[in-house]
Design a protein around this ligand. Structure first.
Ligand code: SAM
Length: 262
């Protein structure tokens, strides 16, 4: 199945390649940079952990897991008009119930420019309306998402927290942010570029998990300095059409890699 969330950094276009590179068998599935969790919804693992540092994403999965129909009712109550979008966009998530909050995220992502999640420094979502309203999830799709999520643990926070407990034979898919960080001053995105320090910590996490015999699949941008640090890994280079930093005007075929430690 497809994810119910529209997300600029989604790996939807790479799904077949990723699925082919996933291990044939594994214990638990971990996706600590979940976003729209495209690979998770494709694989539908029996036991899984999804994590993300963006509270809107994790609270949306919590609501869909426990109350899919209530979330859908809220989604369907929002007018698919510019006024509807601006009104819902202006709502403060903290003042909403978890179900309303989930409906707001699913709706604004289906309607916003290029499916980009971006806020101002005060944390207010400020992406303008896009060129059209993408199709909202159906009753069947939201029920299916809820069913897939039923045995999944949801963890809000840094990826290290989501990886707690990963052990030999488990499968971890790591898809960290790697946009070029090209954004307007005063804006913030959870998908901002990983700094050099972030990369070192990320590589240390990969090394620790490899020692524990955890199977890892990483997607990242093609960067020789990064690849040389993945000694002994299987690295595949790919050209993926994507919109850099979410702007259609800078759509390019970004060179990416997928790498496995198995
Ligand atoms: C490239 S997107 C993942 C896309 C995902 N694979 C999909 O199919 O939609 C990266 C995600 O990592 C999250 N993120 C950024 N920094 C993080 C961190 N330190 N720990 C956990 N999640 C983080 C972002 O909020 C974003 O949802």
């Amino acid at each position: 199945m497809n994810s119910i969330l529209r997300w600029a950094g989604s790996k939807r276009k790479l799904l077949n390649v990723l699925q082919n590179r996933a291990p044939v068998s594994f214990g638990k599935y971990y996706e600590p940079f979940a976003g729209s969790a495209a690979l998770y919804f494709k694989l539908q693992p029996k036991h899984a952990v999804l994590g993300d540092i963006n509270p809107e994403i994790i609270s949306m999965y919590r609501a869909v897991k426990s109350s899919p129909r209530e979330v859908l009712d809220y989604i369907e109550s929002i007018p698919t008009t510019k006024e509807g979008y601006l009104t819902v966009r202006a709502l403060e998530p903290k003042n909403l119930s978890e179900n309303q909050r989930a409906a707001r995220l699913i709706f604004i992502m289906k309607a916003c420019f290029n499916g980009v999640y971006r806020t101002n420094r005060a944390g207010a979502f400020n992406v303008p309306l896009g060129s059209r309203f993408y199709r909202l999830p159906s009753k069947e799709e939201i029920d299916e998402a809820s069913r897939v999520l039923s045995n999944t643990v949801l963890r809000l926070g840094d990826y290290s927290k989501a990886l707690d407990g990963a052990e030999a034979g488990d499968f971890v898919y790591l898809d960290p942010p790697y946009s070029d960080g090209n954004r307007f001053r005063g804006e913030y995105s959870y998908d901002g570029a990983f700094s050099v320090d972030d990369r070192d910590r990320f590589l240390k996490t990969c090394a620790d998990l490899t020692t524990k015999k955890v199977k890892i699949l990483v997607s990242f941008k093609l960067e020789e300095s990064f690849i040389t640090k993945l000694k002994g890994w299987n690295v595949q280079k790919l050209d993926v059409p994507r919109s850099v930093a979410g702007f259609a005007s800078s759509r390019v075929a970004a060179a990416e890699i997928i790498a496995t430690n198995y």
